[in-house]
Design a binder for this molecule. Sequence first.
Ligand SMILES: Cc1cc2nc3c(=O)[nH]c(=O)nc-3n(C[C@H](O)[C@H](O)[C@H](O)COP(=O)(O)O)c2cc1C
Length: 232
Amino acid sequence: MLINSGEYVQNQSVTINNSDEFDKKITLAITGASGSAYALRLLECLVAANYQVYLLCSSAARVVFDTEVGLKLPSSPDAASQFFTEKFNAKPEQIIVFGKEQWFSPVASGSAAPKTMVVCPCSTGTLAAISQGMSDNLIERAADVVIKERGQLILVPRETPFSTIHLQNMLSLSQMGVTIMPAAPGFYHQPESINDLIDFMVGRLLDHLNIAQSIMPRWGYQAFPSGKSKTS
Ligand SMILES: Cc1cc2nc3c(=O)[nH]c(=O)nc-3n(C[C@H](O)[C@H](O)[C@H](O)COP(=O)(O)O)c2cc1C
């Protein structure tokens, strides 16, 4: 979780056990666009897939969490790590939360950062900052690192309508190899609940991350009860 300056010790180095207990590492950033429920479900699935998750959460994301799902995230990174660890029954050090200016965290350097990062949901503000390489907080820096190291960066922007600025930023990032997956669930899987819509997006994200998932079948892989083909 990304915390405001002053809420944590800046530039504190981090000791992380390099255990082979986890299959892979990933950076997940949660920003202040609507759609916190996508982030929670994605985090749950990454834990279930035995990923170690370096978690960054902007201040605005904390407000949106409270507004949308009634979650009051603790303000210190350690307390937030514990909060998510307990919530998702994760292993020790499986979810590690870093603060906004924790520049000595692994995600801040190409020598240590996971090669894969997802920003979900991604605000238009963070979208703009990433597209311009601002690196003014740990989320922006982590994304900049993944781009420069030519890793896999997936952004899940959410806004409507998109302005020309938003569209230009998305185009520019897409041309650099960043994957833009707007939070735009389909309806052809015949959703019966909000959870079905959330799983549409998270299933597609997991597909792009090459993580086996059964929450949302791929196109043509499963029939609906009605006999229709269940879709991508
Ligand atoms: C409840 C709520 C919903 C919001 N929804 C969106 C949204 O869907 N998309 C967006 O780009 N910004 C949205 N915002 C505004 C962002 O949170 C705001 O621009 C913030 O500065 C983004 O900061 P961040 O990128 O550091 O998270 C929302 C704010 C709140 C409080």
